[in-house]
Design a protein around this ligand. Structure first.
Ligand SMILES: NC(=O)c1ccc[n+]([C@@H]2O[C@H](COP(=O)([O-])OP(=O)(O)OC[C@H]3O[C@@H](n4cnc5c(N)ncnc54)[C@H](OP(=O)(O)O)[C@@H]3O)[C@@H](O)[C@H]2O)c1
Ligand SMILES: [Zn+2]
Ligand SMILES: [Zn+2]
Length: 352
């Protein structure tokens, strides 16, 4: 074992504080990574504040972070994919059983034994797993990804969650050239959805509650912007969408969006508010519409997404912050005031 610097929350109401955590020495299949950047996902905030208590209670101290980019420091004796000095990335998962039907289908995110990067049982050291708000992490090479060399590292980090979470359902629901695609909520996930849908050739419409994000939405690749609180503007798009991805972190009326789907259209939820939605049956029945959900993506698809982003020069628009500003960043995340992802520069941990 060795010690790693990190920032942790001691309870749902505590501010972040500097701490040290234990990491395992790399075993034969492990890669030890010096973390350079880590994105801040709204899931980090939900977890730190224990907002998902009913499905996934938070164990404290909690060290979040699952949008990790860094450099390989050490490798285990059987590692073949990585060498020390190379760039490497880690997303939301660090392990799975590798033997179940989900793993065999490349859908490790659905494996019953999947281990999340943070707040999961740590099978090596006991206790819980600690995430990327830290200067170092040790991960089985099966869960370590390659970062295309042309991408900026601070902007590539958020691809590991926000990128794959929006890419995966768009591939699953066949978003291609000419499809009309809606993106609800222009936050970390939403702005990646806009970039990816645009690169896939779709006609992209952004639904936002923040009128001041209009120019940004166009710059990011949207073809149209709708202020979702304006019912007149919403009505103009009735029954016209092939696919809508809903990336909102808080409660909202989902029927307003279901009614915008054309026949056989699909709305996929990727946002995970803590309270259940009320779905009006007619919104689904008329038009044979469907409502589904999606959670991150498998490892092979995550690599495919990274390569797609490399080929299209897609990164996240980031505000790079020192780790000492975590509490301030969380406050702004709650106010939908981020352009459009915070990325922590882990060099700032050195000064602690
Ligand atoms: N399924 C998965 O695998 C997965 C992965 C990562 C994250 N998530 C979840 O996805 C959600 C979004 O994450 P994120 O990191 O993108 O969050 P984020 O950056 O905070 O973006 C959320 C956006 O939702 C909109 N919004 C916020 N409050 C709203 C309200 N009361 N009514 C309507 N719209 C509102 C805002 O967009 P506008 O200002 O444009 O309205 C905001 O920017 C979170 O719940 C997160 O836990 C799921
Ligand atoms: Zn995330
Ligand atoms: Zn499995």
């Amino acid at each position: 074992m060795y010690k790693s610097k990190a920032y942790a929350a001691a309870s749902a109401k505590s501010p972040f504080a500097s701490t040290t955590i234990s990491r395992r020495d790399p075993t034969e299949h492990d890669v030890q990574i010096a973390i350079l950047f880590c994105g801040i996902c709204h899931s980090d905030l939900h977890t730190v504040r224990d907002e998902w208590n009913e499905i996934m209670p938070t164990v404290y101290p909690c060290v979040p972070g699952h949008e990790i980019v860094g450099r390989v420091e050490k490798i285990g004796s059987a590692v073949s994919k990585f060498k020390p000095g190379e760039l490497a990335a880690v997303g939301c998962m660090v392990d799975s059983d590798g033997t179940c039907p989900e793993c065999h289908s490349g859908l490790e995110q659905f494996c019953p034994k999947m281990v999340l990067t943070y707040n999961s049982t740590d099978r090596h050291l006991g206790g819980v797993t600690y995430g990327g708000y830290s200067d170092s992490i040790v991960v089985d090479e099966r869960f370590v990804l390659r970062v295309p060399s042309n991408l900026s590292l601070a902007g590539a980090a958020p691809l590991l969650c926000a990128g794959i979470t929006t890419y995966s359902p768009m591939r699953h629901w066949c978003v291609t050239k000419g499809k009309k695609v809606g993106v609800v909520g222009l936050g970390g996930l939403g702005h990646m959805a806009v970039k990816i849908a645009h690169a896939l050739g779709a006609h992209v419409v952004v639904f936002t509650t923040s009128p001041h994000k209009k120019d940004d939405a166009l710059r990011l690749g949207a073809d149209e912007i709708v202020i979702s609180r304006n019912t007149g503007e919403m009505k103009k798009h009735s029954s016209s969408f092939d696919f809508i991805v809903d990336a909102v972190s808080a409660e909202h009326d989902i029927n307003a969006y279901l009614n915008l789907l054309r026949r056989d259209g699909n709305l996929t939820l990727v946002g995970l508010p803590s309270k259940p939605f009320a779905v009006a049956a007619p919104s689904l029945l008329f038009g044979r519409r469907s409502l589904s959900g999606s959670v991150i993506g498998g490892i092979a698809e995550t690599q495919e997404m990274l390569d797609f982003c490399g080929a299209h020069n897609i990164t996240s628009d980031v505000e790079v912050i020192p780790i000492q500003k975590l509490d301030e960043a969380y406050g702004r995340l709650l106010k939908s005031d981020v352009k459009y992802r915070f990325s922590i520069d882990m060099a700032s941990l050195k000064s602690d």
